[in-house]
Design a protein around this ligand. Structure first.
Ligand SMILES: [Zn+2]
Ligand SMILES: [Zn+2]
Length: 339
């Protein structure tokens, strides 16, 4: 099979992914073999490539927003049939036995494996995964549309849930890329009387136009004071500053949720009175559980959420990642892997 592999930590600008021929993977016990048709490009890949969240093995095939067709079953696999369309997300495996797993917090499992970081992912024509960690894809999405739902969508949905958002509240979104443009659609649907304020870097016109089109009630710069205090906010950016700005704009008792695996710059010093007093809360979102994906995918179909896609060929994964790093992708970048 053709695969884009990462052999070592590198800067993204060096175009470190190499197109190589590899033997097709063979599904192990209760695994499925998936012919990949589409794979989303996620910010976490930048963290993996550049070493902030380095893969646990090299060479590695990145990619954890994988859509494809079941073309082989390992011994004992019986959940899917040949030809079924499935998705694979960030959570690749969890132990099922530790205190976290037993409480439904498999996203915090110490032994968990992450797709494209500890196990080969979707930047390739084929991949294998445990059948328990694959999801049916709702009919209404094309393969390319479904891909960004699997991380940008699922993690965004988890972040939205962790904010404690209720109808009528004011939600702030910092950064408006792949995840935020899906979250705004879920928020507008679930909370029809809520207001959503979007904060971007100045001059990110593409992102602002998309936010306007998707119903943002106000759009401003990261450093702006919001027109009303925010009851909750989600920070999707890769940098530290918006965390402080979101806390500053927060209403008493509000919560900021940070949807990022790593930050490339530190969070600036916080002033207790201005940023935290009055029971303001700051929380991160770490990984996802299977339940997040199982709940979100049908909801996305019901709304329906229509992701904006910017398409790339598998061979152009390096270019897609560079554009992502520069904040130049409108909506979500997706690799078209095979027909
Ligand atoms: Zn991701
Ligand atoms: Zn566990």
């Amino acid at each position: 099979m053709k695969a884009m592999v990462l052999k070592k930590v590198s800067s993204v600008e060096k175009r470190p992914l190499e197109l190589v021929d590899l033997p097709d993977p063979i599904p192990d016990v209760r695994q499925i073999l998936v012919q990949v048709t589409a794979c989303g490009v996620c910010h976490t890949e930048l963290d993996e490539i550049e070493g902030r969240a380095a893969p646990s093995k090299f060479p590695i095939i990145l990619g954890h927003e994988v859509v494809g067709k079941v073309v082989g079953l390992g011994p004992g696999a019986n959940r899917f049939q040949q030809g079924d369309r499935v998705g694979i997300a960030w959570i690749n495996w969890a132990c099922g036995q530790c205190a976290f797993c037993l409480k439904g917090q498999e996203n915090l499992c110490d032994a968990a494996k992450w797709t494209g970081k500890d196990a080969d992912g979707g930047y390739a024509q084929y991949t294998v995964v445990s059948e328990d960690f694959a999801y049916p894809i709702p009919e209404r999405f094309t393969d390319l549309e479904a891909a960004p739902l699997l991380c940008a969508g699922v993690v965004g949905y988890r972040a939205l849930r962790l904010t404690g958002m209720e109808d009528g509240m004011v939600l702030g979104l910092y950064g408006f890329g792949a995840s935020a443009h899906i979250v705004i659609q879920a928020a507008k649907y679930k909370y029809p009387n809520a207001k959503v304020f979007v904060f971007t870097r100045p001059h990110q016109e593409e992102h602002r136009n998309l936010a306007r089109k998707l119903g943002a009630d106000w759009i401003g710069d990261t450093g702006d004071a919001s027109p009303e205090k925010l009851n909750c906010a989600i920070d999707f950016t890769p940098v530290g500053l918006p965390v402080r700005e979101a806390l500053r704009n927060l209403e008493k008792g509000g919560r900021v949720v940070v949807n990022a695996i790593r930050k490339v710059t530190p969070i600036p010093e916080l002033d207790y009175t201005e940023h935290l007093w009055y029971e303001k809360e700051l929380k991160s979102v770490a990984n996802v559980t299977r339940r997040d994906a199982q709940e979100f995918l049908p909801l996305a179909a019901e709304i329906p959420i229509v992701p904006e896609i910017q398409e790339f060929e598998l061979n152009d994964a390096n270019e897609a990642l560079i554009l992502l790093k520069e904040g130049k992708i409108r909506g979500a970048g997706v690799l078209r892997v095979s027909e």
